[in-house]
Design a protein around this ligand. Structure first.
Ligand SMILES: [Zn+2]
Length: 342
């Protein structure tokens, strides 16, 4: 068989002339997608876009957008919080006990969760003494020994030992600090590594205990119209956090403080409408958005269950509802996980 040779001077035709253009388009789309979902510029752009449309959204952490999405760290922390969700149910009914009765609720349940992945008590003699116990019982057994009527003291001694705590108290007293034996008064005098350990044990446990005993912010019967969590954006396919729950309630429904604390902000903006942020201490904050009337102002002390506002439909809201956010540490957590009886 003879091969046909193309006539001289004529180049062979390309089989698919459109392929180059499609590849370029694909690369452009891929690049834009990468910039939008994996860089701070994209994260802020998407956030601004949501803000403009009135979609409730978290301002992205600039560091978090560099990684493969903000979810991993948040989920790991949530997992740490909910090591034993079933254990919470019955454990929280008992009131704070006397020193002789061991480390009291609700701190007991909180410590079981917050200290589950830790190294055990700092004191070596105590650690050796408890070594025979199953790992999950060691923290509470240690706290039972260390508890002398002050929950924070027991947690701090658990984390750093008695001697470093005493040194920090002495230094705080030397500079004239008021009531230096309080953790908050002398924590700044602990060496860095011990300050971190104390913070994880004390703030972790105390904060979680506050969350575990919160009051639901609406007492009247109501429907949850939107739950907490990540959703996939229908077009961009990126994950967006709805950082709270939406409780459907008629305008004027009393809104209750979820826990005792101090009003950190009582203000108004175009997105959240009239809103209140309450600081409950130990890294726990709650916020209440789209309110109709505010009954407290910045700096006010509030008790758990106190009426702080009337719910409303202010700001970018699609109907009368309360948007309720709960933060433990830096991150918003699902308030429904802490709903009494829920
Ligand atoms: Zn909402």
């Amino acid at each position: 068989m003879s091969r046909r040779t193309p006539p001289k001077g004529i180049k062979p035709q390309k089989a698919t002339p459109a392929r180059g253009g499609l590849t370029d388009l694909f690369l452009v789309v891929l690049t834009v997608f990468g910039v939008m979902t994996r860089t701070p510029v994209g994260g802020v752009t998407l956030w601004a876009y949501d803000l403009a449309r009135g979609v409730e959204t978290e301002r992205p952490s600039l560091i978090a957008t560099f990684t493969a999405g903000p979810s991993a760290r948040v989920l790991a922390e949530l997992e740490a919080i909910f090591v034993q969700p079933e254990a919470m149910a019955g454990a929280l009914s008992s009131a704070q006990g006397a020193p002789g009765e061991g480390f009291p609720e609700p701190y007991r349940t909180a410590a079981r969760i917050a200290l589950a992945k830790g190294d055990g008590p700092a004191d070596e003699a105590l650690r050796a003494e408890l070594a025979a116990l199953p790992a999950e019982e060691r923290a509470l057994a240690a706290l039972d020994r260390l508890y002398k009527g002050d929950v924070e003291e027991a947690l701090e001694v658990y984390a750093v030992g008695a001697e470093p705590r005493s040194r920090a108290i002495r230094r705080a007293r030397q500079v004239g600090t008021d009531d230096p034996s309080r953790y908050a008064a002398h924590r700044a005098f602990l060496p860095d590594a011990q300050a971190r350990a104390a913070r994880a044990a004390v703030d972790g446990t105390m904060g979680l205990a506050k969350a575990l005993t919160l009051t639901w912010p609406i007492a009247a019967p109501h429907r949850i119209s939107s739950r907490f969590g990540y959703r996939i954006h229908p077009v961009l396919k990126t994950r967006k956090l709805h950082n709270g729950v939406d409780l459907s309630a008629p305008i004027g429904t009393p809104v209750l403080a979820a826990q005792a604390g101090e009003v950190e902000k009582a203000a108004q903006d175009p997105l959240n409408g009239k809103f209140i942020i309450v600081n409950h201490g130990h890294g726990v904050r709650s916020s209440y958005c789209h309110l109709d009337a505010l009954h407290v102002q910045k700096g006010d002390a509030v008790t758990a269950g106190q009426v702080i506002a009337d719910s409303g439909n202010t700001g970018r809201s699609t109907g009368p509802h309360l948007h309720f956010t709960l933060r433990v540490g830096r991150d918003a957590v699902d308030p429904e996980r802490f709903r009494p009886g829920g």
